[in-house]
Write a protein that binds this ligand. Sequence first.
Ligand SMILES: Cc1ncsc1CCOP(=O)(O)O
Ligand SMILES: C=C1C=NC(C)=NC1=N
Ligand SMILES: [Mg+2]
Length: 217
Amino acid sequence: MKFSDKAAVYFIMGSKNSGTRNPLKVLEAALKGGIGHFQLREKGEGALTGSALLEFALACQQLCRSYGVPLIINDLVELACQIDADGVHIGQDDAEAGQVRQRIGKEKLLGVSVHSVKEAHLAAEAGADYVGMGPVFGTASKADAKKPAGVQEIQAVATAFPFLPIVGIGGINPENAAQVWRSGVAGIAVISSITEAHDIAGQIAALQAGRIEGDRK
Ligand SMILES: Cc1ncsc1CCOP(=O)(O)O
Ligand SMILES: C=C1C=NC(C)=NC1=N
Ligand SMILES: [Mg+2]
């Protein structure tokens, strides 16, 4: 499966990110609103584990499948394999990308978080289908986020590896999304922009608005 930038808003959520709303209802609204990928990122305070996490992951998978949207699991490679998710996303401090590619096989999506051209090169060599780069702006959704890096490194990676899809992440909202689109990304990843939106479909449309049609493939 290749990373498709057809519907380029990449939604990320864990069971505790949806405030007072039912996370599955938020996910369904985002799927209806046209997200291109969903990543289940179950981390931090109160994160589900064991059978509760398995059940939640299967419920997310059922929703994603009914909308034909790939389900990507953050960090938890064994859970991804157990439920036959469409892919995994790993950071620099998780299992090594080459090992993960071996474990999941060549058909699954492999995303790797990178912060430099060097790390992007290593990820591409290891068989990553896309790289996540950020935080672009300040974020409250990742406790150990690095300081906001802007789009400079994204532009450097986009120039160095024109065929490696990049997903920008970190504090992205409708007001600043155009700047990220212009930097050469194939997609933008968001948590709070969608989980905190009253009108989720409208928010997704607003996030896509700044996208330059026919931008780099
Ligand atoms: C997972 C992750 N990685 C870098 S920033 C971030 C959190 C993004 O959340 P938000 O879109 O709410 O800033
Ligand atoms: C840290 C991350 C960076 N990028 C993406 C797409 N997902 C993540 N969890
Ligand atoms: Mg990780």
